[in-house]
Design a protein around this ligand. Structure first.
Ligand code: SF4
Ligand code: SF4
Length: 190
């Protein structure tokens, strides 16, 4: 077959392409049709134990592991009057800067309590830079239907190791009562 002039070859490619299968994905109209892959790394989440206490112990290992310097953690001591996690300390301040994060997942590998994991949430764009620094309240997992919001005591008779061993399966009546008292008198835990 004689060779087409270069301009006609271009038109031939365009003409031929009209009959090929369209691969365009209609985002965001049909985004539910294209869920992320199971191992996709999206927004981070700070997890809780089954009774509502936080898993983060404020150790800062995630911040040290981060190659982009995107995490800032400030730990504080738990006290008997005000306990947020089963360990000695909890994460008082926890920030992730999504202007820096490259979603590599090194932070979640470094976390010793599996407090930090990554969700499938990927819609993180915003017009304001400040809104891309997520604070602890933006990252904390929502309370499950049975969970009691911290601060509250650990399950009676259990220590931090029991929590790590999965011995705690939900809140006790004492923890629920403590939360009710705190709701009635919010200054009691301070
Ligand atoms: S995913 Fe990577 S870049 Fe993002 S906060 Fe974690 S360690 Fe840092
Ligand atoms: S998220 Fe994990 S690694 Fe980071 S401070 Fe909390 S417990 Fe430590």
């Amino acid at each position: 077959m004689p060779e087409l002039p270069p301009a006609l070859s271009g038109f031939w490619v365009t003409f031929r392409t009209q009959f090929q299968k369209v691969n365009t994905e209609q985002y965001p109209e049909q985004k539910d049709k294209f869920p992320p892959k199971p191992r996709f790394h999206g927004r981070h989440q700070l997890n809780r134990w089954a009774d509502g206490l936080e898993k983060c112990v404020g150790c800062e290992l995630c911040a040290w592991a981060c190659p982009a310097d995107a995490i800032y953690v400030q730990g504080a001591d738990n006290t008997e009057q005000q306990r947020f996690s089963p360990g000695e300390r909890y994460g008082r301040v926890y920030q992730i800067n999504y202007l820096r994060c490259i979603f590599c997942g090194l932070c979640i590998e470094a976390c010793p309590t599996r407090a930090l994991t990554m969700t499938h949430e990927y819609e993180l764009a915003d017009n304001e830079r400040e809104k891309l620094i997520y604070e602890k309240q933006d990252l904390l997992a929502p309370l499950g239907p049975d969970m009691v919001p911290p601060p509250h005591a650990m399950v009676e008779g259990m220590d931090a190791k029991d929590y790590y061993d999965g011995e705690v399966t939900g809140p006790t009546d004492e923890q629920r009562e403590e939360a009710r008292q705190l709701q009635r008198n919010p200054g009691a835990a301070l």
